[in-house]
Design a protein around this ligand. Sequence first.
Ligand code: GUN
Ligand code: ZN
Length: 408
Amino acid sequence: MRLEGTLLLPSPPEEDPVEAHGLNPWASGARPDAPAVRLVPGSIRIADGRIADVQLHPDAPIGSPLISPGFVDAHLHLPQFDILGAAGLPLLDWLNRVTYPAEMRWADPTVAERQTQRAVDQLLAHGTTSFAAYATSHHESVRRALQVITHRRLRAVVGQVLMDQQAPAALCVEPDIALRETDNLLHEFGPFTSVTPRFAVCCSEAMLRGAGQLARQHKAMVQTHVSENLAECDQVRRLHGAGYVEVYDRAGLLGPHSVLAHGVHLDKSQQQRLIDTQTVIAHCPTANVFLGSGAMRRFDGRLSLGSDIGAGYERSMVRVARAMIETATHVAGPIPSPAQAWARITAGNADALGMTDVGRIAPGHRADLVMIKPDVPWTTAPDPLGMLLFAWDNRWIARVWLAGEPVV
Ligand code: GUN
Ligand code: ZN
């Protein structure tokens, strides 16, 4: 199969139109060294689910359709699709009153299976073809969710949530049992699953240390939350007698395969420790607004971007990318350009999650692609990527392929 159109390709930072033509209207400007994307007319040949060949016609004018790598979401919760938009509460109240009751429904594996199917349908309809997700603490239900993911041929990670305190008994599992279950999943599903201590509030010291050991043993991805809300940070200090980053550091949970969601209230030394250990922060701008957690400040380490469904109210990663720019305009520091935002939700997130064969239109990569037919005059806009980002309408998604097979 061959697809023709305008291709969204990784680009050296100096070719970002914002850098090249001064198109960033915000005084502080974009970070000049950040990866970007560019638009180049061309065609893609697909064979055996992979991109076999990419032909470029750099002198031809750009035009529809636009072909993008499938979007990558670095942080979301599968059981929370039914509580999207449950507004009005800060983090800890939202967890207790809305989230934990919803997650208890996953005690039934058929509920988990059905909800995973629906979540995947929604994600694909919004162009998201890869993601890193949390399930719940119910082992059999997490297995069902992972079976759905592998059966539908998604390049995704789903972790069994580890929690043993400060939450309803129905969701808490003793460390020895929960860690053995995660160990089993790592044996059965390999890189499709992760070590997933929910957050330091609901994990005992024994759970956190066991999680760190397991992650090291399997060289597995770690997913957790950090420093999202001030009341939560206080509670971590009360429960563990140390700052948030230090608690994870002591447990061996930091490192290049660790993705920590939020990181809104980190001080300089905590940020530096994350930078030194190459730990990834999953910035979740919509969720931070929704729960009133605060605005993420400048972080010069490894960054990814997550919808954080269901605290995040946007399923579309293009909308989350726009929210990232909006948030950056409210705090001191560089403001991502549209080209950087598009890079973030494709190759940037794939790199941050260690997914080496998605997120790019390049030979050998999986043919996980989105065909976009915009109904705005993007080809003649001063910054076409900016118009596509800010005017984004999900109805522009004409087709989505997973490993070369049409799924939308
Ligand atoms: N911290 C611990 N659990 C959660 C969760 O489910 N969502 C968010 N946004 N933060 C959390
Ligand atoms: Zn989350």
